[in-house]
Design a protein around this ligand. Structure first.
Ligand code: ZN
Length: 322
């Protein structure tokens, strides 16, 4: 099938386009929004807000980005986002970027097409998609966490950390309680929280209620100079608590939720090290790890304090975050 036919698909929105699965080569002929090339998704349907706003409709996948020094970079999908852009639009943009990770076109080789049902699909993306957003964000009615999710997207941390924060909010981290619910077999012993080894692991327990985790949080709280309140918390309350504290302390806007994310990200890494690499149940290093991660992140987008040592940062973290 030649280019002419693909352009016809796009021109008249031929229903054939919806029944084919496209495999991206150089991306020159596959319609970005209309064709099913990213798992089972049809971006036009699954990202309705973004599509409605886009000035780049009816273009090929390769038109949505370009090669910079041998590296593929996705562009803005024809949508210019502003600080006051609609939340649904921002969330769709972020989610689409997440799903496009590892889906760059190739420098060479044409696109291929097959009938749905006859080809092995891209199910990892589809399941990832489902994993992240099946609950409500960003297509359903706004939930009570959505305002906070929006704030997470604005924190100056690497993208995967924002995605982690998002998954934490919508309870979509692969914690043992959820895996077990989906049929992954665990012994009773293995279901337990890796930190305390007493209660079953769940997002709620292992990040917000576990005594051991809260012991570390207490140390970080004191280090930052934040009043130590009741540490048995829930996700949203805990995030907003840190967020508002940082705002009050004149921390830079892109860094409001950074401390909160650093704490939870380090616990997630520690948990994974224990589960997958059998590293000890040790939380001793977590305080140090959180501090040094924050020091590293504190440089992102920084112009006021161009350089400072960890030693300086450790003495007065809020100064360098403000
Ligand atoms: Zn625990």
């Amino acid at each position: 099938m030649g280019t002419l036919l693909w352009s016809r698909f796009v021109e008249v929105e031929d229903p054939l386009a919806f029944n084919c699965r496209f495999e991206i080569g150089n991306g020159f002929v596959t319609p970005f929004w209309e064709a099913r090339w990213l798992g089972n998704l049809c971006l036009k349907e699954d990202f309705p807000n973004l599509y409605a706003e886009s000035l780049l409709k009816r273009v090929a996948v390769a038109s949505m980005g370009g090669w910079v020094n041998g590296e593929w970079k996705w562009g803005n999908f024809g949508v210019v986002l502003h600080d006051d852009s609609d939340l649904a639009l921002v969330a769709e943009d972020a989610l689409l970027r997440f799903l496009l990770i590892g889906r760059d076109p190739f420098l060479e080789g044409g696109d291929k097409v097959s009938w749905i049902g006859s080809a092995e699909g891209f199910f990892s993306v589809a399941s990832c998609y489902e994993f992240l957003v099946v609950s409500r964000t960003p297509f359903g009615p706004l939930g009570r966490n959505d305002g906070a999710l929006y704030l997470i997207w604005r924190i100056q941390v690497p993208f995967k950390i924002k995605a982690f924060g998002w998954r934490l909010f919508v309870n979509r981290l692969p914690t043992k309680d959820l895996l077990s619910f989906r049929g992954v077999p665990f012994s009773i012993e293995n279901l337990k929280c890796v930190f305390c080894g007493i209660y079953p692991e769940s997002c709620d327990h292992s990040f917000f209620k576990c005594e051991l985790v809260n012991g570390v949080k207490r140390k970080i709280t004191i280090w930052i100079g934040k009043p130590v309140g009741d540490l048995e918390e829930v996700c949203l309350q805990s995030f907003m608590d840190w967020y508002l504290f940082c705002k009050k302390k004149k921390v830079k806007e892109g860094k409001y939720g950074m401390i909160w994310l650093a704490i939870l990200w380090i616990f997630w890494l520690t948990r994974n090290a224990f589960c997958f690499r059998n590293e000890g149940r040790v939380v001793d290093n977590t305080v140090w790890n959180i501090k040094s991660l924050l020091w590293k992140w504190s440089f992102i987008g920084e112009i006021t304090h161009p350089i400072y040592s960890f030693y300086e940062f450790n003495k007065d973290p809020l100064f360098f975050l403000s």
